[in-house]
Design a protein. Structure first.
Length: 346
């Protein structure tokens, strides 16, 4: 891992495509589970079981993007402020919006105990906790914050950061071997391995050009398709810690192949996919909210038990609602906070 700048890419359309696919997979998964729980949708639940691997894809993409964008900042402490500001404004402002809505809904509905001020305050930090997150999908963001913190050490001091990465990887390996390490599970979860795979992919594509990129892409696509089919068929447990290696490796190969093809001028993504990629974070944060609202509206209107049509509406609502939030709230809010940061740093 070196601190030399990566070869320039005008736009990582290929990575935006990957983020869009990951977001869609998660929506397909959660919409099917929601519908199965409410009215019974066992065939759909089984068919879209693989969609949880979208989270694996997201973690790999995150590891890739952080090293790809900030690889030139390694060992340069003066760049830490820029790195921290970019990560903070990317993650927290829109997350606080869904957190606020979640807390307000808890108070308004009265069906569940409203969280305490201490619980809300801790949830706002996204720091690791043993408690269930107030925002259901926020468990993945706790992994992200840990990774960002470790990467910050790399920026402060490359040697110390590499040593910390080594210790972290060793602790994960020990925990996966069934030995106690004295850390909360989030620190030593197998999901964290996918950040390493993503960084490995970023290091790989820094070699210009990426040899055999088309073959690498096809291997990754074939592997993830085979894994998804095997999970749907019930041949293996897609939630097992060991599965993180397989889904993560397939995701990393796809990212390397896509970026390699883009570097070679052999890739063009549809504008709609780039749109979805940019909106992927809001889709991820808000899709459960919009799925729930669409399902209630379906019942309120009384459209009947056309379960597959109902499922399609839930998927469209989860994706479409996230796009609307992204365009009207996420990016305007992020730009506002970044302008505020620049003003305060003068």
């Amino acid at each position: 891992m070196t601190a030399s700048p990566a070869p320039a890419i005008v736009k990582l359309q290929s990575v935006e495509l990957a983020r869009a696919v990951a977001a869609i997979a998660v929506v397909l998964y959660h919409a099917a589970r929601h519908l199965d729980k409410n009215v019974g949708f066992p065939l759909g639940k089984q068919a879209f079981q693989f969609g949880h691997a979208g989270v694996d894809f997201f973690f790999v993409i995150s590891g890739f993007i952080i090293l790809h964008v900030h690889g030139g900042d390694l060992g340069r402490p003066r760049r830490l402020g820029h790195y921290a500001a970019r990560r903070f404004t990317r993650i927290y402002p829109i997350y606080w919006v869904i957190l606020g809505l979640t807390v307000a809904a808890a108070f308004w509905s009265g069906r569940i105990a409203a969280p305490t001020a201490a619980q809300v305050g801790w949830a706002a930090t996204l720091l690791p906790t043993r408690a269930e997150p107030l925002v259901g999908v926020a468990w993945t963001l706790q992994h992200e914050i840990i990774f960002y913190a470790v990467f910050a050490v790399l920026i402060l001091h490359r040697g110390a950061g590499l040593a910390l990465l080594g210790v972290w990887l060793a602790a994960i390996a020990v925990a996966l071997a069934g030995q106690p390490v004295g850390l909360m599970p989030v620190f030593v979860s197998a999901y964290n391995l996918e950040f390493f795979l993503g960084m490995g992919a970023a290091w790989w594509v820094r070699q210009d050009p990426v040899a055999f990129s088309r073959d690498i892409l096809w291997v990754g696509l074939t592997l993830i398709t085979a894994l998804a089919a095997a999970e749907v068929a019930g041949w293996f447990d897609g939630y097992a810690p060991s599965t993180r290696w397989s889904y993560g490796l397939a995701s990393a190969l796809i990212v390397v192949g896509l970026v390699g093809r883009e570097r070679g001028g052999h890739f063009r993504s549809a504008a709609a996919m780039a749109w979805l990629g940019r909106a992927s974070y809001s889709i991820y944060l808000f899709h459960l909210t919009f799925i729930g609202l669409a399902d209630k509206l379906w019942d309120r209107i009384g459209l009947g038990e056309w379960v597959w049509a109902r499922y399609a509406i839930l998927v469209v609502a989860g994706i479409g609602g996230g796009i609307v939030v992204s365009r009207l709230v996420e990016y305007p809010l992020m730009r506002l906070v970044r302008r505020l940061f620049r003003y305060l740093s003068r």
